[in-house]
Ligand binder design. Structure first.
Ligand code: ADP
Ligand code: MG
Length: 333
Protein backbone atom coordinates (compact mmCIF):
# COMPACT_ATOMS: atom_id res chain seq x y z
CA UNK A 1 0.00 0.00 0.00
CA UNK A 2 2.70 2.48 0.99
CA UNK A 3 6.17 2.26 -0.42
CA UNK A 4 9.14 4.28 0.78
CA UNK A 5 11.69 4.04 -2.00
CA UNK A 6 15.35 5.07 -1.77
CA UNK A 7 14.54 8.07 0.38
CA UNK A 8 17.36 10.36 1.52
CA UNK A 9 17.32 13.58 3.48
CA UNK A 10 20.18 15.71 4.80
CA UNK A 11 20.26 18.69 7.10
CA UNK A 12 23.46 20.45 6.10
CA UNK A 13 26.21 17.95 6.80
CA UNK A 14 23.94 15.53 8.68
CA UNK A 15 22.56 12.67 6.63
CA UNK A 16 19.39 12.16 8.65
CA UNK A 17 17.97 9.54 6.25
CA UNK A 18 20.21 7.65 3.87
CA UNK A 19 18.68 5.62 1.03
CA UNK A 20 15.86 4.06 3.03
CA UNK A 21 13.34 1.71 1.42
CA UNK A 22 10.52 -0.31 2.97
CA UNK A 23 6.88 -1.00 2.35
CA UNK A 24 3.74 -1.70 4.26
CA UNK A 25 0.60 -3.53 3.12
CA UNK A 26 -3.00 -2.71 3.88
CA UNK A 27 -3.88 -3.43 7.51
CA UNK A 28 -0.31 -4.06 8.62
CA UNK A 29 1.47 -2.48 11.54
CA UNK A 30 5.10 -1.55 10.97
CA UNK A 31 7.44 -0.54 13.74
CA UNK A 32 10.38 1.79 13.08
CA UNK A 33 13.04 1.63 15.69
CA UNK A 34 16.62 2.59 16.48
CA UNK A 35 18.67 4.81 18.77
CA UNK A 36 17.77 8.43 19.25
CA UNK A 37 18.88 10.48 16.26
CA UNK A 38 18.84 7.59 13.76
CA UNK A 39 16.26 9.31 11.55
CA UNK A 40 12.92 7.85 12.66
CA UNK A 41 11.04 11.13 13.01
CA UNK A 42 12.48 12.50 9.79
CA UNK A 43 11.12 9.46 7.92
CA UNK A 44 7.74 9.89 9.59
CA UNK A 45 7.60 13.57 8.69
CA UNK A 46 8.57 12.77 5.10
CA UNK A 47 5.78 10.18 4.88
CA UNK A 48 3.32 12.67 6.41
CA UNK A 49 4.38 15.30 3.87
CA UNK A 50 5.65 17.67 6.55
CA UNK A 51 9.23 17.46 5.33
CA UNK A 52 10.61 17.45 1.78
CA UNK A 53 12.85 14.60 0.77
CA UNK A 54 16.12 15.18 -1.11
CA UNK A 55 16.06 11.94 -3.06
CA UNK A 56 13.70 9.01 -3.60
CA UNK A 57 9.92 8.74 -3.59
CA UNK A 58 6.89 7.82 -1.54
CA UNK A 59 4.29 5.71 -3.31
CA UNK A 60 0.72 5.22 -2.20
CA UNK A 61 -0.90 2.35 -4.09
CA UNK A 62 1.69 2.69 -6.87
CA UNK A 63 1.09 6.44 -7.19
CA UNK A 64 4.00 8.79 -6.49
CA UNK A 65 2.77 11.12 -3.76
CA UNK A 66 6.17 12.65 -2.90
CA UNK A 67 5.01 16.16 -3.80
CA UNK A 68 1.50 15.91 -2.31
CA UNK A 69 0.53 18.26 0.48
CA UNK A 70 -0.13 16.63 3.88
CA UNK A 71 -3.91 17.23 3.63
CA UNK A 72 -4.17 15.47 0.31
CA UNK A 73 -2.43 12.36 1.69
CA UNK A 74 -5.14 11.86 4.30
CA UNK A 75 -2.77 10.33 6.83
CA UNK A 76 -3.51 10.60 10.54
CA UNK A 77 -0.72 11.33 12.94
CA UNK A 78 -0.01 11.40 16.63
CA UNK A 79 3.39 12.78 17.46
CA UNK A 80 5.37 12.82 20.66
CA UNK A 81 3.88 16.03 21.97
CA UNK A 82 0.22 15.31 21.48
CA UNK A 83 -0.40 18.92 20.45
CA UNK A 84 -3.97 19.10 21.72
CA UNK A 85 -5.28 22.65 21.84
CA UNK A 86 -5.50 23.57 25.54
CA UNK A 87 -8.24 26.16 24.98
CA UNK A 88 -10.49 23.75 23.06
CA UNK A 89 -12.78 21.10 24.52
CA UNK A 90 -12.47 17.44 23.61
CA UNK A 91 -15.25 17.91 21.08
CA UNK A 92 -13.57 20.88 19.41
CA UNK A 93 -10.15 19.26 19.46
CA UNK A 94 -11.61 16.33 17.52
CA UNK A 95 -13.70 18.53 15.23
CA UNK A 96 -10.65 20.60 14.39
CA UNK A 97 -9.41 17.71 12.25
CA UNK A 98 -12.59 17.31 10.19
CA UNK A 99 -14.14 19.47 7.50
CA UNK A 100 -17.11 21.57 8.67
CA UNK A 101 -19.76 19.50 6.94
CA UNK A 102 -18.62 16.34 8.69
CA UNK A 103 -18.74 17.84 12.20
CA UNK A 104 -21.81 15.94 13.38
CA UNK A 105 -22.64 14.58 16.82
CA UNK A 106 -22.96 11.15 15.27
CA UNK A 107 -19.37 11.26 13.99
CA UNK A 108 -18.14 12.62 17.31
CA UNK A 109 -19.76 9.89 19.36
CA UNK A 110 -18.45 7.31 16.90
CA UNK A 111 -14.90 8.53 17.39
CA UNK A 112 -15.20 8.87 21.15
CA UNK A 113 -16.78 5.43 21.25
CA UNK A 114 -13.88 3.93 19.32
CA UNK A 115 -11.36 5.39 21.74
CA UNK A 116 -13.38 4.79 24.90
CA UNK A 117 -13.93 8.48 25.59
CA UNK A 118 -17.74 8.72 25.53
CA UNK A 119 -19.22 11.36 27.79
CA UNK A 120 -16.06 13.42 28.02
CA UNK A 121 -16.68 15.72 25.05
CA UNK A 122 -17.06 18.86 27.17
CA UNK A 123 -13.81 18.42 29.08
CA UNK A 124 -10.68 20.44 28.40
CA UNK A 125 -7.27 18.79 28.00
CA UNK A 126 -6.11 19.86 31.49
CA UNK A 127 -9.15 18.04 32.94
CA UNK A 128 -8.01 14.75 31.41
CA UNK A 129 -5.45 12.21 32.54
CA UNK A 130 -2.41 11.53 30.37
CA UNK A 131 -4.04 8.41 29.00
CA UNK A 132 -7.25 10.22 28.15
CA UNK A 133 -5.32 12.96 26.36
CA UNK A 134 -3.61 10.20 24.45
CA UNK A 135 -6.93 8.83 23.34
CA UNK A 136 -8.19 12.22 22.25
CA UNK A 137 -5.10 12.69 20.14
CA UNK A 138 -5.84 9.30 18.62
CA UNK A 139 -9.53 10.12 18.09
CA UNK A 140 -8.46 13.27 16.29
CA UNK A 141 -6.02 11.35 14.11
CA UNK A 142 -8.75 8.82 13.29
CA UNK A 143 -11.35 11.52 12.59
CA UNK A 144 -10.37 11.85 8.96
CA UNK A 145 -10.63 8.04 8.48
CA UNK A 146 -6.95 8.03 7.62
CA UNK A 147 -5.55 5.72 4.97
CA UNK A 148 -2.51 5.40 7.15
CA UNK A 149 -1.85 6.19 10.78
CA UNK A 150 1.55 7.54 11.84
CA UNK A 151 2.47 7.29 15.52
CA UNK A 152 5.78 8.83 16.54
CA UNK A 153 6.63 7.80 20.10
CA UNK A 154 3.11 8.66 21.23
CA UNK A 155 3.70 7.16 24.66
CA UNK A 156 6.92 8.89 25.57
CA UNK A 157 5.25 11.77 27.39
CA UNK A 158 3.29 9.45 29.70
CA UNK A 159 4.55 8.49 33.11
CA UNK A 160 5.81 4.95 33.61
CA UNK A 161 2.90 3.76 35.71
CA UNK A 162 0.18 4.38 33.14
CA UNK A 163 2.32 3.82 30.07
CA UNK A 164 1.97 0.04 30.03
CA UNK A 165 -1.78 0.13 30.34
CA UNK A 166 -2.30 2.80 27.70
CA UNK A 167 0.05 1.13 25.26
CA UNK A 168 -1.92 -2.05 25.60
CA UNK A 169 -5.22 -0.22 25.06
CA UNK A 170 -3.98 1.62 22.00
CA UNK A 171 -2.52 -1.58 20.55
CA UNK A 172 -5.79 -3.43 21.09
CA UNK A 173 -7.65 -0.62 19.38
CA UNK A 174 -5.31 -0.59 16.38
CA UNK A 175 -5.63 -4.33 15.96
CA UNK A 176 -9.37 -4.20 16.28
CA UNK A 177 -9.76 -1.39 13.76
CA UNK A 178 -7.18 -2.97 11.41
CA UNK A 179 -5.71 0.40 10.58
CA UNK A 180 -2.54 0.45 8.54
CA UNK A 181 -0.05 1.97 10.96
CA UNK A 182 3.58 2.99 11.06
CA UNK A 183 4.77 3.53 14.57
CA UNK A 184 8.02 4.70 16.04
CA UNK A 185 8.86 3.17 19.34
CA UNK A 186 11.87 3.31 21.58
CA UNK A 187 10.78 0.10 23.12
CA UNK A 188 11.89 -2.62 20.81
CA UNK A 189 9.71 -5.16 22.61
CA UNK A 190 6.63 -3.23 21.45
CA UNK A 191 7.28 -4.68 18.03
CA UNK A 192 6.80 -8.22 19.34
CA UNK A 193 3.49 -7.23 20.86
CA UNK A 194 2.01 -5.61 17.85
CA UNK A 195 4.09 -5.20 14.72
CA UNK A 196 3.93 -7.33 11.59
CA UNK A 197 7.16 -5.76 10.40
CA UNK A 198 10.13 -4.27 12.14
CA UNK A 199 12.58 -1.83 10.56
CA UNK A 200 15.79 -1.18 12.53
CA UNK A 201 17.70 1.97 11.65
CA UNK A 202 21.19 3.18 12.46
CA UNK A 203 22.63 6.51 11.35
CA UNK A 204 19.84 7.02 8.85
CA UNK A 205 20.16 3.62 7.15
CA UNK A 206 18.27 0.37 7.54
CA UNK A 207 20.32 -2.27 9.33
CA UNK A 208 17.72 -5.00 9.15
CA UNK A 209 14.01 -5.32 8.49
CA UNK A 210 11.44 -8.08 8.52
CA UNK A 211 9.31 -10.09 10.87
CA UNK A 212 10.16 -9.13 14.48
CA UNK A 213 10.59 -12.67 15.78
CA UNK A 214 12.65 -13.59 12.71
CA UNK A 215 14.97 -10.66 13.41
CA UNK A 216 15.25 -11.65 17.07
CA UNK A 217 16.20 -15.18 16.08
CA UNK A 218 18.40 -14.29 13.14
CA UNK A 219 19.97 -10.90 13.61
CA UNK A 220 22.50 -10.18 10.86
CA UNK A 221 24.80 -8.05 12.99
CA UNK A 222 26.08 -7.77 16.54
CA UNK A 223 24.37 -4.39 16.76
CA UNK A 224 20.94 -5.82 15.96
CA UNK A 225 21.55 -8.80 18.22
CA UNK A 226 22.38 -6.43 21.06
CA UNK A 227 19.48 -4.18 20.26
CA UNK A 228 17.08 -6.56 21.95
CA UNK A 229 19.07 -6.27 25.13
CA UNK A 230 19.47 -9.84 26.24
CA UNK A 231 22.44 -11.12 24.32
CA UNK A 232 25.63 -12.76 25.54
CA UNK A 233 28.59 -11.53 23.50
CA UNK A 234 31.86 -13.42 23.61
CA UNK A 235 34.88 -12.31 21.58
CA UNK A 236 36.99 -14.94 19.97
CA UNK A 237 39.67 -15.76 17.43
CA UNK A 238 39.84 -18.47 14.82
CA UNK A 239 42.20 -21.31 15.63
CA UNK A 240 41.87 -23.73 12.68
CA UNK A 241 38.06 -23.56 12.62
CA UNK A 242 37.86 -23.75 16.37
CA UNK A 243 36.52 -20.65 18.09
CA UNK A 244 39.10 -19.83 20.71
CA UNK A 245 37.42 -17.80 23.48
CA UNK A 246 38.17 -16.88 27.10
CA UNK A 247 35.42 -19.35 28.08
CA UNK A 248 36.71 -22.31 26.13
CA UNK A 249 37.10 -23.58 22.59
CA UNK A 250 34.13 -24.41 20.38
CA UNK A 251 34.38 -26.03 16.95
CA UNK A 252 32.33 -23.91 14.55
CA UNK A 253 32.19 -23.83 10.75
CA UNK A 254 33.13 -20.83 8.59
CA UNK A 255 34.85 -18.69 11.17
CA UNK A 256 36.43 -15.37 10.26
CA UNK A 257 39.78 -14.50 11.90
CA UNK A 258 38.24 -12.42 14.65
CA UNK A 259 34.62 -12.41 15.64
CA UNK A 260 31.98 -12.05 18.30
CA UNK A 261 29.78 -14.95 19.29
CA UNK A 262 26.25 -13.84 20.19
CA UNK A 263 24.06 -16.18 22.22
CA UNK A 264 20.54 -15.61 23.46
CA UNK A 265 20.28 -16.46 27.17
CA UNK A 266 17.39 -18.86 26.53
CA UNK A 267 19.79 -21.00 24.51
CA UNK A 268 22.23 -21.46 27.37
CA UNK A 269 21.73 -24.33 29.75
CA UNK A 270 23.66 -25.25 32.86
CA UNK A 271 25.35 -28.63 32.66
CA UNK A 272 28.15 -30.67 34.17
CA UNK A 273 31.94 -30.88 33.81
CA UNK A 274 31.76 -33.93 31.54
CA UNK A 275 29.61 -32.23 28.90
CA UNK A 276 29.83 -28.51 28.21
CA UNK A 277 30.68 -25.91 25.57
CA UNK A 278 31.77 -22.93 27.65
CA UNK A 279 32.91 -22.62 31.22
CA UNK A 280 33.89 -20.07 33.85
CA UNK A 281 33.51 -19.10 37.48
CA UNK A 282 30.32 -17.67 39.00
CA UNK A 283 31.28 -14.12 39.89
CA UNK A 284 27.89 -12.76 40.82
CA UNK A 285 24.42 -14.10 41.35
CA UNK A 286 21.35 -11.90 41.49
CA UNK A 287 17.93 -13.05 42.60
CA UNK A 288 15.30 -11.93 40.12
CA UNK A 289 12.08 -13.63 41.18
CA UNK A 290 11.67 -16.82 39.18
CA UNK A 291 15.13 -16.31 37.62
CA UNK A 292 18.70 -15.86 38.63
CA UNK A 293 21.04 -13.55 36.80
CA UNK A 294 24.51 -15.07 36.78
CA UNK A 295 27.70 -13.29 35.91
CA UNK A 296 30.31 -15.72 34.68
CA UNK A 297 33.98 -14.77 34.73
CA UNK A 298 36.55 -16.43 32.56
CA UNK A 299 39.05 -18.46 34.57
CA UNK A 300 41.87 -17.59 32.18
CA UNK A 301 41.28 -13.99 31.26
CA UNK A 302 39.55 -11.04 32.83
CA UNK A 303 36.36 -11.35 30.76
CA UNK A 304 32.79 -11.85 31.88
CA UNK A 305 29.22 -12.07 30.69
CA UNK A 306 25.84 -12.13 32.40
CA UNK A 307 22.74 -14.09 31.55
CA UNK A 308 19.36 -14.84 32.97
CA UNK A 309 18.73 -18.46 33.84
CA UNK A 310 16.38 -20.61 35.88
CA UNK A 311 17.01 -20.70 39.62
CA UNK A 312 20.18 -22.66 40.24
CA UNK A 313 22.16 -23.90 43.21
CA UNK A 314 25.52 -22.43 42.17
CA UNK A 315 27.31 -20.22 44.65
CA UNK A 316 29.70 -17.38 44.02
CA UNK A 317 33.13 -18.81 43.24
CA UNK A 318 31.77 -22.12 41.91
CA UNK A 319 32.89 -23.30 38.49
CA UNK A 320 30.01 -23.41 36.03
CA UNK A 321 29.65 -25.48 32.86
CA UNK A 322 27.30 -24.33 30.13
CA UNK A 323 25.93 -25.94 27.02
CA UNK A 324 24.89 -24.02 23.93
CA UNK A 325 23.53 -25.72 20.81
CA UNK A 326 25.96 -24.87 17.99
CA UNK A 327 23.19 -23.85 15.62
CA UNK A 328 22.09 -21.24 18.15
CA UNK A 329 25.44 -19.51 18.21
CA UNK A 330 25.57 -16.47 15.94
CA UNK A 331 28.95 -15.44 14.60
CA UNK A 332 29.59 -11.81 13.65
CA UNK A 333 32.76 -10.41 12.20
P1 ADP B 1 15.04 10.22 15.68
O1 ADP B 1 13.60 10.55 15.52
O2 ADP B 1 15.38 8.82 15.27
O3 ADP B 1 15.54 10.50 17.05
P2 ADP B 1 15.45 12.42 13.85
O4 ADP B 1 14.82 12.00 12.58
O5 ADP B 1 14.71 13.39 14.68
O6 ADP B 1 15.88 11.16 14.69
O7 ADP B 1 16.86 13.08 13.51
C1 ADP B 1 17.83 12.48 12.67
C2 ADP B 1 19.05 13.39 12.57
O8 ADP B 1 18.71 14.56 11.86
C3 ADP B 1 19.61 13.84 13.89
O9 ADP B 1 21.00 13.91 13.78
C4 ADP B 1 19.00 15.22 14.06
O10 ADP B 1 19.84 16.03 14.87
C5 ADP B 1 18.93 15.72 12.64
N1 ADP B 1 17.80 16.62 12.43
C6 ADP B 1 16.49 16.31 12.52
N2 ADP B 1 15.70 17.35 12.22
C7 ADP B 1 16.54 18.40 11.95
C8 ADP B 1 16.34 19.77 11.57
N3 ADP B 1 15.12 20.28 11.39
N4 ADP B 1 17.44 20.51 11.38
C9 ADP B 1 18.68 20.00 11.52
N5 ADP B 1 18.93 18.72 11.87
C10 ADP B 1 17.89 17.93 12.08
MG1 MG C 1 12.14 11.17 16.98
Amino acid sequence: MLKVKNVSKSYGEVKAVDDVSFEISEGEILSLTGESGCGKSTIMRIIAGLEKLDKGSIFLNEQDISSWKPEKRKFGFVFQNLSLFPHLSVRDNVFFAISKKDRTNKRLSELLGMTGMQGLEKRYPHELSGGQQQRIALARALAISPRLLLLDEPFSSLDELVKEKIRKEVFDLLKELKITTIMVSHQVYDSFLIADKLVILKNGSILQDGNPIGIYQNPTSEYVSNFFGASVIIKGTNNQQVAHTPFGDIALPNLPDQFSLCIRPENISINTADDYDITGIVKEKLFKGPHDVLTVRSSMKDEEFSFETERCSHKIGDPIFLKVPKDKILVFE
